[in-house]
Design a protein around this ligand. Structure first.
Ligand SMILES: Nc1ncnc2c1ncn2[C@@H]1O[C@H](COP(=O)(O)OP(=O)(O)OP(=O)(O)O)[C@@H](O)[C@H]1O
Length: 251
């Protein structure tokens, strides 16, 4: 379970306009085990910055993050062991094959070669990567890179999974496959959080939705609760009402 409490992050202004940017302003939510929680918001809403604070890359200016009850500020290393992260920059090593990229992370987590081989086989099958697993990642399509980065993130069988816009740039079939995979993670009782600016995506997958606009949570709840909150006939109308604009919400 991941708990975000009153998170705030400001960046110093740069260039001509040196007004500080308030990227995240009092964001709180709970992502439960066995559920998929979606952060939905338009470009620049603060989703990536929020996720970076959850996965210990950035320190909040205020507020705190608890992962399975552990305060990230007090024991970041322990928290990292229980996290699988797909960052916004996928960052796969291009001279290594997909399999080597995945194995490298497994080794960093202290796994044995046999454990790495077994887990890689499971992930490669689930993510349908077998036909490119042993190719160097240089020249990979965006979808192949993303799959490699997801497998790498999950090599150590983490209990909590954080994915920044996982379906960005993926085709329809690959997206369908990935959705099925995220549902498997949920069925295994993991805590899954992902960000998206595509409402259909969030609506199709999430048990709980946290809507972020301009660094603030404008609403959160199950899809049904969000519909009830706005009185809207469908989720699309509810989202538009809750965000206050249609900008950036579509694929
Ligand atoms: N390192 C940084 N330095 C300065 N400003 C930043 C930095 N990181 C993020 N920001 C600003 O913080 C705000 C929130 O950015 P963030 O990347 O969290 O949004 P997002 O919701 O993930 O957007 P997108 O959907 O476009 O990826 C934006 O105005 C962005 O320009």
């Amino acid at each position: 379970m991941i708990v975000a409490e009153h998170l705030r992050k400001t960046f110093p202004g740069r260039g001509k306009d040196n007004t500080p940017v308030i990227a995240v302003d009092d964001v709180s939510f709970i992502a439960r085990d066995g559920e998929i929680t979606g952060l939905l918001g338009p470009n620049g809403a603060g989703k990536t910055t929020t996720l970076r604070m959850l996965y210990t890359l950035m320190t909040p200016d205020a507020g705190r993050v608890l992962v399975d009850g552990i305060d990230v500020a007090s024991d970041a290393e322990r928290v990292r062991r229980s996290l699988g992260v797909l960052p916004d920059a996928r960052g796969v090593y291009k001279r290594l094959t997909a399999r080597e990229n995945i194995a490298y992370f497994g080794a960093l987590h202290g796994m044995t070669p046999a454990e790495i081989a077994a887990r890689t086989a499971t992930l490669a099958q689930a993510l349908q990567m077998e036909d490119f697993l042993d190719r160097a990642t240089e020249g990979f399509s965006q979808g192949q890179r993303t799959k490699t980065a997801i497998a790498r993130a999950l090599i150590h069988d983490p209990k909590n999974v954080i994915l920044d816009e996982p379906t960005n740039g993926l085709d329809v079939m690959t997206t369908r496959g990935l959705r099925g995979f995220l549902k498997t993670l949920r069925a295994e009782g993991r805590c899954v959080i992902f960000s998206s600016h595509i409402m259909q995506e969030v609506a199709a997958l999430c048990d709980r939705i946290v809507i972020i606009a301009s660094g603030r949570v404008t609403a959160q709840g199950t899809p049904d609760e969000l519909r009830a909150l706005t009185g809207a006939a469908n989720l699309e109308d509810a989202f538009v009402q809750l965000i206050g604009s249609e900008e950036g919400l579509h694929a």
